[in-house]
Design a binder for this molecule. Sequence first.
Ligand SMILES: C[S@@+](CC[C@H](N)C(=O)[O-])C[C@H]1O[C@@H](n2cnc3c(N)ncnc32)[C@H](O)[C@@H]1O
Length: 281
Amino acid sequence: MQPGQPSRTALGAAAHRAVHQVLERGCIFTDPLAVRILGVDAEAAVRDAESNPSRRMLRLFIAVRTRFAEDALAAAVARGVRQLVVLGAGLDTYAYRNDFAESLHVFEVDHPATQAWKRQRLADAAIPLPRTLTFAPVDFERETLAGGLAAAGFDLAKQSFFTWLGVVPYLTAQAVLSTLEFIARLPGGAHVVFDYGNPPTSGADRDRYAAAHEALAARVALIGEAFRSYFETDALHAKLMTLGFREIEDLGPALIRERYFANRGGSLPDRGGHVIRATTV
Ligand SMILES: C[S@@+](CC[C@H](N)C(=O)[O-])C[C@H]1O[C@@H](n2cnc3c(N)ncnc32)[C@H](O)[C@@H]1O
């Protein structure tokens, strides 16, 4: 991120969710606040998406990862989850349309500059702040997640759910694993959903994913938020088990197509963007 500036990729991800409501009528993921929180940028985002059809794949991936996370959250609330931590929240709107407001407290953790910008956007869109929401500003380059959550009143003993969408690729592998270790050790038990990418292939093995990925990596690097980590699926699963996670559900391109785009023909390689759920309870 640029010093003192809100995340530009947070705006990009929110624009994809808003465009999905308009161009695909929210067929994968319905978010009644997605367009509203973008405000005047929403119309420009739709025009931009219409003139760049190649962005559709990323838009649908963002819709899928959010739908997967919110479906998993609903199931986990039924299993006793009482706290949700939205890590690197950006313009995520879950806290403002919380389906379980009576029993689920939401902590939004984000860089202070992004969070201040979001709060202004919420005010501009007249979206009220629910009493079940606590903001926890944390700059991961300077502070720990544990410290930020403690200051916000997070209860380590309650079963918790973490959504961590669109953030892992921007962090070093070491930073990713230390956050996962913190989550795995929570005494109340925890669930986490995040997305990650397999290392793109190069040279003669360069596949369709590698080509699309290269273009995206170049775009995010240009705005100061370069990709810094990739994981091989098997190695990541082994690491999660070592950290103490017990149940893992991982959807790569092939399983995503099977679950969310079943009427599409053709097959896909299973390398590329994944969304994964891991739990310790
Ligand atoms: C691509 S955005 C994803 C936002 C949101 N989760 C979504 O899916 O729309 C990346 C997020 O990571 C946050 N982030 C990046 N670097 C950070 C840092 N050093 N400390 C805290 N948050 C950071 C940004 O502020 C931003 O909200």
